[in-house]
Design a protein around this ligand. Structure first.
Ligand code: AMP
Ligand code: GLY
Length: 424
């Protein structure tokens, strides 16, 4: 079978790397891909927004299955476009992707179906929002309803901060994503990501991971797309996982079906866990980035078989197998990220770093210029390592980071600090 992956980041590199090993695969394409992906797939110079061209390409190249990596094309209905053209596609329909497309929709669903989540209310005007925030107390969380590239969530420590955030959102800071907002109770606890895949009926739990959202060591600095991750996350005990599946994931899949929005695809639950009780912070309708870069190296089963089974509604036939090893990834980003950063600096030493034991390097934002690898984004490389323990996986990943010669880049040096703090 010919397979097309849509996207160009580290998540898509990890997806392609895993799919490339499938016995079901004939030829793998990735649009638009990146120089790392080019080692395992043929890159196609089409953007995720070019739906007409992508569908035409898929028809011409006899694509049997499409895997859409990022959320925006899913929310915009790219999976529906392929399906309408008779091409199987994984990723929810636009109707399903509302789980990531509207925070207010998810909050209402949680309330209606008893799914544990923070107290909230939805607003379309500022005065009511400000008054409700006061009743919750501070800190309080203000969220633009629509997708805002991870930037539409403000944790306001004071009334002044909350009022300012509300005015900014309604003032257009996040465009139409901020036509409506959610004011939400601040949840205390430890965050983790848990992943499942569903065919609309059955929920197949995958595994969890812990991301590091702030830019700098000690969880300081601005929020980013994620500066590193590791799996397993010790906070996701078997009991917490069981509660997540029974109280959050299964009821959501049932609720979506009941609402006429049958959800097929990856369901990524962002959780806050306190005293062994998980609450839902948010859903994403896709694999996480950088979480995928630590989940797929632990997967023993064939990824393509699993994804196809979800699309074909036969997930109950799948029995997943995982490696016991720990996987850890360090994001190397361009200095300046998540603010402005220059592009084009040369990265040396990648080949030597990739040869170190247990190390796999996923490209996130690179390009080739005059035959050399250069930085071409904010998050640029994901240095991933597997090992028997988190301590060893971390040592291996940082040994590879140190073998890379890229003065214009930076990374956090404390990935997996929570797991190590528990162990010692
Ligand atoms: P989201 O885009 O919904 O994942 O929010 C971004 C980040 O804001 C999350 O990863 C959390 O760290 C934080 N956050 C969101 N909602 C809450 C909440 N109700 N309580 C505490 N932190 C939150
Ligand atoms: N790492 C968080 C996300 O993929 O949204």
């Amino acid at each position: 079978m010919n397979v097309l992956v849509i996207g160009s980041g580290g998540r898509e590199h990890a997806l392609c790397w895993s799919l490339a090993a499938s016995p079901l695969l004939s030829k793998l394409y990735c649009a638009p891909g990146n120089p790392g992906i080019a080692a395992v797939a043929e890159c196609v110079p089409l953007a995720p927004s070019q739906a007409d061209e992508l569908v035409a390409f898929a028809k011409e190249h006899n694509i049997g299955f499409v895997v859409v990596g990022p959320e925006v094309p899913l929310i915009d209905g790219l999976a529906d476009r392929f399906e309408a053209a008779g091409i199987k596609s994984l990723g929810p329909s636009a109707k399903g992707a509302i789980l990531e497309g509207s925070k207010g929709f998810v909050k209402d669903l949680c309330e209606d179906f008893g799914i544990p989540s923070a107290k909230y209310r939805r607003f379309m005007e500022a005065d009511g929002a400000k008054a409700f925030a006061t009743t919750l107390g501070y800190p309080v969380v203000i969220k633009a309803d629509g997708p805002a590239a991870g930037k539409g969530v403000i944790i306001a420590e004071t009334k002044a901060d909350a009022d300012k955030a509300i005015d900014e959102i309604f003032g257009g800071a996040f465009g139409s994503a901020g036509n409506e907002l959610v004011v939400e109770e601040y949840l205390d606890g430890e965050e983790a990501s848990f992943f499942a895949i569903t065919d609309g009926e059955d929920v197949l739990p995958l595994i969890g991971a812990q991301d590091h959202k702030r830019a700098f060591d000690g969880d300081k600095g601005l929020n980013t797309g994620g500066m590193g991750a590791y799996s397993p996350a010790p906070v996701l005990t078997p009991d917490v996982v069981e509660k997540t599946i029974e109280r959050i994931l299964k009821p959501t899949v049932r609720a979506m079906k009941e609402r006429g929005r049958t959800y097929v695809g990856v369901l990524f639950a962002g959780l806050m866990i306190k005293d062994g009780e998980p609450k839902l912070i948010e859903f994403n309708c896709r694999f996480g980035d950088p979480e995928t870069q630590v989940i797929l190296p632990r997967l023993k089963s064939d990824l393509l078989t699993v994804l196809l089974a979800a699309r074909d509604h036969v997930l109950d036939q799948i029995d997943l197998r995982w490696h016991d090893d720990v996987a850890l990834t360090v994001v190397m980003a361009a200095k300046g990220y998540p603010g402005d950063y220059p592009k084009g600096s040369q990265i040396r030493g990648l080949e030597a770093a990739a040869k170190l034991p247990g190390v796999t390097i996923f490209h996130a934002g690179t390009a080739v210029k005059d035959g050399k690898i250069v930085a071409n984004g904010g998050r640029v490389l994901n240095i991933t390592a597997t090992a028997k323990t988190v301590r060893e996986a971390r040592a291996r990943a940082y040994a590879a980071v140190d073998a890379i010669d890229w003065p214009q880049g930076f990374c956090r040096r404390d990935i997996a600090w929570r797991a190590l703090a528990r162990n010692s």
